[in-house]
Design a binder for this molecule. Structure first.
Ligand SMILES: *[C@@H]1O[C@H](CO)[C@@H](O)[C@H](O)[C@H]1NC(C)=O
Ligand SMILES: *[C@@H]1O[C@H](CO)[C@@H](O)[C@H](O)[C@H]1NC(C)=O
Ligand SMILES: *[C@@H]1O[C@H](CO)[C@@H](O)[C@H](O)[C@H]1NC(C)=O
Ligand SMILES: *[C@@H]1O[C@H](CO)[C@@H](O)[C@H](O)[C@H]1NC(C)=O
Ligand SMILES: *[C@@H]1O[C@H](CO)[C@@H](O)[C@H](O)[C@H]1NC(C)=O
Ligand SMILES: *[C@@H]1O[C@H](CO)[C@@H](O)[C@H](O)[C@H]1NC(C)=O
Ligand SMILES: *[C@@H]1O[C@H](CO)[C@@H](O)[C@H](O)[C@H]1NC(C)=O
Ligand SMILES: *[C@@H]1O[C@H](CO)[C@@H](O)[C@H](O)[C@H]1NC(C)=O
Ligand SMILES: *[C@@H]1O[C@H](CO)[C@@H](O)[C@H](O)[C@H]1NC(C)=O
Length: 423
């Protein structure tokens, strides 16, 4: 009797250990990967998407979670995560979104589905699909649900995009690892502006429903390859998400903060910005989280270009104006707000001031190519913008070739410069 109990204990220890011990690696492809755009066009498209996303993120404050409205989320993003679900496995390309929690994919039989290149997931072809009951924790975690025999959800995105479906459970395959019983939305009515190649969204937020919460690894990391680079970007979970394993640079860490009004998002404590050797004169209140949930600084996988709170952006712009020894120029396409004319002789060296974000306990000095980009007209432009709602969002462009680790267990974000194409 005791022996059986011991064996069962041992087995359960083994099984949980098997799935958790070695971590997971899978790939992210940029939403524009494989297209024929030039590097500048890729950047301009990123700026457009950032502006769209910023409008939706801002709209979340103006309609403070009213009882009747369905909470809304931004619907666009920058990276698709490569995974598959079901038995046998059906491939999915889901937008990695730290700005929302629900995982969902388009699901047969569709009442209304947008077109996607991959076949639409069909639960009836999978032996591991099951419905999730209405009284489950996951169903209770949905911002808007109803019980019609099964747990139904509606998730709306700020641009009017919407997914409606039922909550199911499936085996997810990431890399070569299978994870059983992951709760996700089987969306049979999906309408609105979704992007070319996505088949749904993988919420990576801090709520119960998100993929990272359900996997139970407690930490994940990613390393974005340069924009336009053909190699995909790795995303790593659990013990595979180890910054020391890959790089020799200095690993720095800063606490993750949370905002009760936006519990999904990963907030950071930004205390200042240095341009060149000048610590900018930005009052602390510019970056602080307000009592009503506005303001603050967060890192967002779906935002392409960093958006600074307006008073901070103004100081950054003034600093570049005074420190770049080049004449001002107009952006060839209104994507950029601040551009400089390059010297006509290519032998003239261009001095670009350094840019450093000072986070609590960590200085993030950006590689030059993470904030300056060449415009096609013999100009270079600052690749940063101002936000619409007083918050500051750290975007992907600023994170290129930096390996970034989200450790949810100890509540820290760590980072180290890296060659992401070599990880
Ligand atoms: C999108 O899908 C098309 C057709 O399957 C493919 O040619 C293209 O490379 C894909 N783009 C991305 C970004 O995956
Ligand atoms: C700038 O270029 C991008 C794509 O290259 C385009 O989508 C956008 O509309 C352009 N913007 C303006 C103001 O011309
Ligand atoms: C995505 O996964 C599929 C199947 O595991 C694989 O064939 C494909 O090459 C992967 N794509 C990328 C970009 O890693
Ligand atoms: C999936 O199931 C549908 C019917 O539900 C069937 O028409 C289709 O052929 C199946 N696909 C595969 C790959 O088994
Ligand atoms: C470190 O990297 C090597 C090779 O890239 C890999 O085989 C190993 O599993 C990694 N170790 C950890 C702890 O992630
Ligand atoms: C939130 O509070 C700040 C000041 O703390 C105020 O300026 C702002 O208008 C408020 N926003 C909303 C949406 O209530
Ligand atoms: C930029 O464009 C504006 C309006 O089109 C024009 O008035 C201004 O002279 C231009 N500036 C430069 C430096 O080309
Ligand atoms: C960029 O080039 C176009 C076409 O050559 C020209 O009309 C425009 O004035 C240039 N922009 C700037 C800022 O010089
Ligand atoms: C942010 O960091 C500063 C400097 O370390 C500290 O004084 C402040 O209390 C921190 N703010 C929050 C909200 O943790």
């Amino acid at each position: 009797m005791q022996k059986i109990a011991f064996i069962l204990l041992f087995l359960s220890f083994c099984t949980s250990n098997i799935s958790l011990s070695h971590g997971i690696r899978t790939e992210l492809t940029h939403i524009d990967a494989g297209t024929k755009y030039t590097k500048l066009e890729l950047l301009q498209r990123m700026v457009q998407r950032t502006k769209t996303r910023a409008r939706f993120l801002a709209s979340r404050y103006t309609d403070p979670t009213s009882q009747v409205s369905i909470p809304s989320f931004p619907s666009n993003g920058e990276y698709l995560i490569n995974l598959s679900i079901g038995t046998p496995a059906q491939p999915l390309a889901l937008t990695l979104d730290t700005g929302s929690d629900l995982i969902w994919t388009q699901c047969q039989p569709c009442l209304q589905c947008f077109s996607q290149p991959l076949p639409v997931y069909n639960p009836s072809n999978s032996s591991t699909f099951s419905d999730i009951s209405c009284d489950s924790d996951l169903c209770q975690s949905l911002p808007h649900s109803a019980c019609h025999k099964q747990c139904m959800y509606a998730y709306s995105y700020g641009d009017g995009s919407l997914t409606v479906g039922s909550l199911g459970s499936e085996t997810f395959t990431l890399g070569s690892t299978q994870i059983q019983k992951v709760g996700f939305g089987c969306g049979f009515l999906n309408a609105g502006i979704f992007q070319s190649n996505e088949s749904g969204i993988a919420g990576f937020g801090r709520g119960h429903l998100s993929l990272i919460s359900q996997l139970g690894y407690g930490k994940f990391s990613y390393c974005f390859t340069s924009l336009g680079e053909s190699k995909s970007s790795p995303v790593l979970f659990g013990s595979a998400a180890d910054l020391n394993n890959w790089t020799s640079g200095k690993v720095q860490s800063t606490p993750l903060l949370s905002n009760p009004a936006m519990p999904t998002l990963y907030y950071l404590n930004l205390t200042g910005i240095t341009v060149g050797t000048t610590l900018l004169n930005i009052p602390k209140s510019v970056f602080s989280l307000k009592d009503n949930g506005t303001g603050g600084v967060y890192i967002d996988s779906g935002t392409g270009i960093t958006q600074l709170a307006e008073p901070a952006y103004k100081q950054v712009k003034l600093a570049f104006l005074s420190q770049m020894n080049l004449p001002i120029a107009n952006s060839s396409n209104e994507s950029f707000d601040l551009c400089f004319r390059l010297p006509s002789s290519s032998s003239d060296k261009v001095e670009v001031p350094k840019f450093t974000f000072h986070f609590e306990g960590a200085d993030f000095e950006l590689p030059t190519e993470n904030y300056m980009a060449q415009d096609d007209n013999g100009t270079i432009c600052l690749v940063m913008g101002k936000s619409l709602d007083g918050s500051t969002v750290i975007g992907n462009f600023q994170q290129q070739n930096v390996h970034i680790l989200y450790d949810l267990e100890i509540g820290k974000l760590s980072f180290v410069p890296a060659r992401c194409d070599q990880l």
